[in-house]
Design a protein around this ligand. Structure first.
Ligand code: F6P
Length: 342
């Protein structure tokens, strides 16, 4: 078969491991030929592709980012573009496309599949907010990076008797905040799913400091909002209409200092969480996903996304995964993570 591969949306550690698994398995087991589609769906809009064989996949398992490039191009944001994408697939002689991405990229894949595209999806996002899969690759790496950062913030917080606010990624969901906050022993974890009261946060910090522990760390997801605020203010939106966030950490640190009198500082981890080499867990998951996606293509089981459920790789309709983010389990947030806060 002649198969196109693309990576769309925010990059994430493990993308190259998926590409490698698909290509190695395809060439060695099935005699497939591959076409690398550049910069997500934009590559099919513009016709930007590159050769993709075993040679191109050497030594990429451990590399972060994606050798194919990525973008947040949405073919459905312009009239006529979806049809142009389909005819491009025909011109390139592709029998199928493996689309590696999150909610946006796979949402596009599903809509194009409805128009006739032969496509299989692989779930990717450091946010871990895709439904239908217990975990996406990239999440474990992001949590490890955020945990390392929190560990470091704890020691400087202790030295200076400060409140250190650490802003992590998570536009709609707080999985990174909850996992890294728990792993790093944060005093407060604030997530988009549960609007917070700044006064209540400050009261808890007061109790903690009055109890003789003169430093705290607060982990806040970028999409977390104080009660009463509808949406975080943002400077711009991408082609899928998502706001560009950032700033809650600094706002919160200022408020904490004002309301408690404790010195506070903010650190924004930002794209550091998306960069660098994937953890062993993410390399293995990405490799399993890649091999399973290729098998799905060869089985003619299309418009599917591979997913992890109960430790096994399964296939689900793409439509089951997209359009409704997987939010944090509030039992974990309130009853388990909450036990260790304070
Ligand atoms: O890919 C998801 C994500 O990392 C979000 O957590 C974050 O809000 C967003 O991407 C940032 O996007 P960009 O790289 O376009 O600034």
């Amino acid at each position: 078969m002649r198969i196109g591969i693309l990576t769309g949306g925010g990059d994430c550690p493990g993308l190259n491991a998926v590409i490698r698994a698909v290509v190695l398995d395809g060439v060695n087991r099935f005699g497939d030929e591959f076409v690398g589609i550049l910069d997500g769906w934009r590559g099919l809009v513009d016709g930007a592709v590159r050769p993709l064989g075993i040679d191109e996949c050497r030594e990429i398992l451990t590399r972060g980012g994606t050798i194919l490039g990525s973008s947040r191009t949405n073919p459905f944001s312009q009239d006529g573009t979806p049809a142009a994408v389909l005819s491009r697939v025909g011109d390139l002689g592709l029998d199928a496309v493996v689309a590696i991405g999150g909610d946006d990229t796979l949402g596009v894949a599903d809509r194009l599949a409805g128009m006739g595209l032969a496509v299989v999806g692989v779930p990717k996002t450091i946010d871990n907010d895709l439904s239908g899969t217990e975990v996406t690759f990239g999440f474990d790496t992001a949590v490890q990076i955020a945990t390392d950062a929190i560990d470091r913030l704890q020691t400087t917080a202790e030295s200076h008797h400060r409140v250190m606010v650490c802003e992590v990624m998570g536009r709609h969901v707080g999985h990174i905040a909850v996992h890294a906050g728990m792993a790093g022993g944060a005093s407060e974890i604030l997530i988009p799913e549960v609007p917070f009261s700044t006064t209540a946060v400050c009261e808890r910090l007061h109790r903690r400091h009055a109890g003789g522990r003169y430093f705290s760390t607060v982990v806040v997801a970028e999409g977390a909002r104080p009660e009463g605020e509808e949406e975080r203010p943002s400077s711009s939106r991408d082609e899928f209409g998502h706001p560009r966030l950032g700033g809650i950490g600094a706002t919160l640190a200022t408020e904490i200092e004002r309301l408690t009198g404790y010195e506070a500082r903010a650190t924004v981890l930002g794209h550091i969480q998306r960069g660098g080499s994937p953890t062993a867990f993410d390399r293995v998951l990405a490799t399993r996903f890649g091999a399973a996606a290729l098998q799905s293509v060869h089985d003619g089981d299309l418009r599917r996304m591979v997913a992890l459920q109960n430790g096994r790789i399964v296939r689900i309709p793409i439509s089951e995964a997209v359009g409704h983010p997987k939010t944090v389990d509030l039992d974990l947030y309130r009853n388990v993570a909450g036990l260790y806060l304070g």
